[in-house]
Every structure is written in structure tokens, then in C-alpha cells.
Write a protein that binds this ligand. Structure first.
Ligand code: MF3
Ligand code: CO
Ligand code: CO
Length: 259
């Protein structure tokens, strides 16, 4: 982890703001009858029109400009011909590159009216992310973040995904450290002021094992719950500071969870 210079921090702020804007815009398109390909196309066009690059496109062979993970898909869902249906939940994960720096953010959206089960898991994922972000300050550790997430989620009777998590971010999409959704206080990597990480817990309804799937011609895998129960996720990119952090991917207008 190498702290960024002040001008690089400004570029991370711009990239983060842009990713948040793109996510908000594509989120407005979520409704029954829309295909995930349509969302991908919109992300791609908006990103290019804003003078940025979609980071997923071609990243380790990933074929699309955004990840769309529906219902039991945990993450890295590949947009395709699937048509959103009433009752679905969909995580849209936007990462853009602006002036060489990455902004990475995701939200889970409701498709029309959804079940109480869907709302429970989605709200839990959002609050778990906030609990993790509360721990982000210089001198704390990745274990502190994971501990806080795990504690919140398990008290709700739900399950954080242990194998996948957040990451350092900057000039590269994925950098050290790994940011887990479980852990021990004071363990793991020390958080340093001036570095950026993502906090992006994935939360499952059950403890069923997760299943890994290949994406053709890509090193990236996508993941599903093996019992096909719901999984939800939210993600922010944050700048570590002394005594706290700055969320770089806040949207211009605050959102209600799921919308
Ligand atoms: N945006 C995802 C993350 O939060 C990574 C997607 S990698 C891709 O880390 F290749 F699938 F796009
Ligand atoms: Co990320
Ligand atoms: Co992401």
C-alpha cells in the first residue's frame, strides 16, 4: 500500500464521483422487462460519453462493461439476454477508469415489488457495508472491518461471504490489501492514510457453500449460492484518512436502499 499524492487523490475523487453517477443513472433503468444486456449497453455508452473507460470490459478477459448479479448470483454476473422480472434483486457493479484512476461502486436494486426476504438481505448488505466503512481509519486494520461486518450480519441471522471481498484500488482495479467480510480485531493489514480501498460485503441468506463458474475466455469467475437463495451486495470506494475516511463514490442524490 503506497499512499497517493494530493493530485492523485483528486483524480480518485473524480473517478469515484463518475462511477457513482453512472451507477445512479443505470439504476433508474431497472424495471421488469429490461434485459441485463440493455443495462450493460447503457453503462458502456454513458461511460464513453463522459470521457471514461469501463474497467470490466476486457479485464482479464471479462466480456462486458458492468457486472449484473441477479438473485442467487453473488457477484461478477455477466450481462446477457436475461430479462428482469418482478421480485428480482439485481446488484449492478460499476467500475470506471478516469484519467488513469479507478472508481468502483455497486448497489442492489429491487425489480418492482419484492418479497420481505429480498428486502431483508438487501438492507442487511447495505448496513453491513456501512458498518465496515465506520472502521476505516488510519491505524485500524482490515480485520477490524471484517469483524464489524461479520458481527452485524450474523446478529441478523444472515451470512457474509468469506471467500470474496474488497480490495485496494487506485491506478489498478484490484490492489492489496484484501478486505474481508469477517476477521479478528487488530488483525490483517494496517490501513494507511492516503490509500484507497473498497468495502463491498456480499451477504447470503444461508450458509450453503458458494459455487464458482467459469466465464468463457476469461480468468474471472462468477459465483452463485449453491442452494439458489438470495445474495446481496453494496460497494463503496473509500479514501483512508487519519481518524476516519472519505467515501469517494457517494451519488449526487442520496438513495433509498433497493431503489
Ligand atoms: N467490480 C468488481 C469488484 O468490485 C470486480 C469485477 S471484475 C470483472 O471488485 F472483471 F468482473 F469486471
Ligand atoms: Co470492488
Ligand atoms: Co465493484
Amino acid at each position: 500500500m503506497i499512499p497517493l499524492k494530493e493530485n492523485e487523490i483528486q483524480l480518485m475523487r473524480s473517478a469515484g464521483r463518475l462511477a457513482a453517477h453512472i451507477l445512479s443513472e443505470v439504476g433508474k433503468m431497472v424495471e421488469p422487462g429490461v434485459s441485463t444486456n440493455k443495462l450493460d449497453q447503457a453503462v458502456h455508452e454513458l461511460t464513453v460519453s463522459l470521457g471514461a473507460i469501463s474497467a470490466p470490459l476486457g479485464y482479464k478477459g471479462f466480456p462486458k462493461s458492468v457486472c449484473t448479479s441477479v438473485n442467487h448470483c453473488i457477484c461478477h454476473g455477466v450481462p446477457g439476454s436475461y430479462i428482469l422480472q418482478i421480485g428480482d434483486i439485481i446488484n449492478i457493479d460499476v467500475t470506471c477508469i478516469k484519467d488513469g484512476f479507478h472508481g468502483d461502486t455497486s448497489r442492489t436494486f429491487y425489480v418492482g415489488e419484492v418479497s420481505e426476504r429480498a428486502k431483508l438481505i438487501t438492507e442487511c448488505a447495505y448496513k453491513a457495508m456501512l458498518k465496515g466503512i465506520e472502521q476505516v481509519k488510519a491505524g485500524n486494520t482490515t480485520g477490524d472491518i471484517g469483524f464489524a461486518i461479520n458481527k452485524y450480519v450474523t446478529r441478523k441471522g444472515l451470512y457474509p461471504v468469506l471467500e470474496i471481498g474488497g480490495h485496494g484500488i487506485g491506478k489498478n482495479f484490484h490492489e492489496d490489501p484484501f478486505v474481508p467480510s469477517h476477521g479478528k480485531k487488530s488483525k490483517g493489514e494496517l490501513l494507511q492514510a492516503g490509500c484507497c480501498i473498497t468495502v463491498e460485503p456480499m451477504i447470503n441468506e444461508t450458509s450453503a457453500p458458494i459455487k464458482e463458474f467459469d466465464i468463457p475466455d476469461s480468468e474471472i469467475k462468477y459465483y452463485e449460492t449453491s442452494d439458489r437463495t438470495f445474495s446481496a451486495q453494496f460497494e463503496h470506494t473509500v479514501l483512508i484518512q487519519e481518524g476516519g475516511c472519505e467515501i469517494l463514490t457517494l451519488p449526487e442524490t442520496p438513495f433509498e436502499v433497493g431503489y
